[in-house]
Design a protein around this ligand. Structure first.
Ligand SMILES: NC(=O)c1ccc[n+]([C@@H]2O[C@H](COP(=O)([O-])OP(=O)(O)OC[C@H]3O[C@@H](n4cnc5c(N)ncnc54)[C@H](O)[C@@H]3O)[C@@H](O)[C@H]2O)c1
Length: 447
């Protein structure tokens, strides 16, 4: 049977995820042949993880930036792996990479506007797509991911590493064991002062510049322009991913509608004036993105969710998780938890003991392998899940429906803000399949 046909057949057959993996696919000792499109900072972070694994071969890399290619080649060389084929020279060079038959899966870590076209082309080429966050920018792109995955029967995994954060997975474990009772309200967000990232020209000490676009480095080259043009939650998935796994979104539950509000816009302009002076050319740039975007989501099962996007003001980092049910509440900001009848009445307790007690089985099993990997180890888990899915020719634990539903928050929040907070309906990207689909995330003992 042709490999692609085999994947298509097995993908269809895989109604029960873990059973399918073990019974239908069995073999798990294959080497996975990966390619990387985009080997900037994030792509090379994934590459570093991949090079540490004995079950991965890096077959090809692609980037339009010579320095990024050179840095990735150096890493591959130093790891002792064979030289990877290099694809560069044009923004479409990735299409030539995808023609190769010696690649099973592709890690895509390019600027946001490339994610969907590259993931779609990857699936059409019969390869697993692992796409960085967010996966899509428009509702059409969300549909493109879903439609292509369905038509090609190739999985598309959104590489949402925060789903694998150790405390978040321990709380998921508590949710599944009923400690919170029935979930009622959840909060999350991306609350990260990115001003030094948005204005990094690479020539001065980190955080000193006020340049972006052509003169910028890494994300300043492309991300900042989104803050000039757009006003909405531009980066929802680090927060909503973990919340969606706790609420079984697309698997018995789904997002129905949202409303969004934007605060005034001050942070980025003030930063430029403070660092570059009022006469700096960028002091005249008008930013459209509100400094704090607040989105309220309603689900079919009746929960409410608040998602925040807050990247332009001085503040310490926090994703602001809150998980609240009929029996208790957890908040990550002060690492505190409260369970009625168990905690002292009306008093927060430290979550430390429960985090250990409910440490997720996957973390218990793999903490050592993950140690030293990016973002406290969660980066190891997300790549591991992708690699293991490819190896077993199994569905990925986060899929095109998740990529679409989570990423859709960006265009829907933009629409809502533009219309003064008007409610926006989420498309049902599963076309009704959410009713019967069963939860799979982190329920397998391997990934
Ligand atoms: N999950 C996380 O924790 C996390 C962390 C950082 C970044 N990210 C995401 O990863 C992605 C990449 O971010 P980054 O920080 O590495 O940015 P970056 O700018 O450092 O890297 C992007 C790379 O893509 C390359 N590129 C651009 N267009 C291309 C094309 N057409 N073909 C091939 N290569 C192309 C660029 O030359 C660059 O090397 C973004 O979507 C970002 O949001 C996720």
């Amino acid at each position: 049977m042709q490999r692609r046909e085999f994947i298509q057949t097995t993908f269809l057959a895989a109604t029960a995820f873990s059973a399918a993996k073990n019974v239908v696919f069995g073999k798990d000792d294959r080497t996975v042949r990966l390619a990387f499109i985009g080997v900037g900072l994030r792509g090379r972070s994934h590459l570093r993880q991949a090079l540490r694994r004995s079950d991965v071969e890096i077959k090809a890399i692609c980037d339009i930036d010579a320095q990024a290619i050179a840095a990735a080649e150096k890493m591959i060389n130093e790891s002792g792996q064979k030289k990877a084929r290099v694809f560069t020279g044009s923004e479409e060079a990735y299409l030539t990479l995808l023609e190769r038959s010696d690649i099973d899966g592709v890690v895509i870590a390019t600027p946001w506007l490339w994610h969907t076209p590259m993931a779609v082309a990857t699936m059409k080429a019969g390869k697993y797509a692992g796409v960085e966050v967010s996966a899509a920018n428009t509702l059409q792109e969300c549909w493109d991911l879903v439609n292509t995955s369905e038509a090609t029967k190739m999985p598309c995994m959104i590489l949402e590493n925060v789903c694998y954060r150790r405390d978040v997975m321990a709380v998921l474990n508590m949710v599944r064991q009923g400690l919170f009772g029935e979930l009622v309200h959840l909060e999350c967000g991306y609350q990260h002062d990115l001003r030094h990232v948005k204005f990094n020209n690479g020539l001065q000490p980190y955080g000193a510049g006020v340049e972006f676009g052509e003169k910028g480095l890494s994300e300043a080259r492309w991300r900042t322009l989104h803050s000039v043009k757009r006003n909405g939650d531009l980066y929802p998935t680090h927060g909503i991913g973990p919340v969606a796994t706790m609420l079984d979104i697309n698997r018995g539950n789904r997002f129905i509608s949202l409303t969004a509000t934007a605060s005034k816009t001050r942070g980025l302009h003030e930063y430029i004036v403070k660092k570059g002076g009022e006469d700096h050319a960028n002091a005249g740039v008008r930013f459209n993105l509100g400094d704090v975007i607040t989105t309220g989501i309603k689900t079919t099962n009746g929960e409410s969710i608040i998602v925040k996007h807050d990247t332009n003001l001085p503040r310490p980092y926090s994703l602001g998780f809150r998980v609240q049910g009929t029996k208790g509440i957890w908040m990550d900001l002060n690492n505190s938890i409260y369970f009625e009848g168990k905690s002292p009445a009306h008093r927060w307790e430290s979550d430390e003991k429960l985090m250990q007690e409910y440490d997720h089985p996957l973390w218990k099993k793999y903490a050592e392998s993950a140690s030293g990997a990016g973002h406290g180890g969660m980066d190891w888990f997300v790549l591991h899940a992708f690699v293991e899915s490819v190896k077993r020719k199994a569905p990925t634990p986060l899929d095109a429906y998740d990529a679409a539903a989570w990423s859709a928050i960006s265009p829907l929040s933009e629409n809502s803000i533009a219309l003064g907070g008007a409610p926006q309906s989420f498309p049902d990207f599963t076309r009704g399949k959410w009713i019967k689909r069963r939860p799979v995330f982190a329920l397998d003992d391997t990934y």
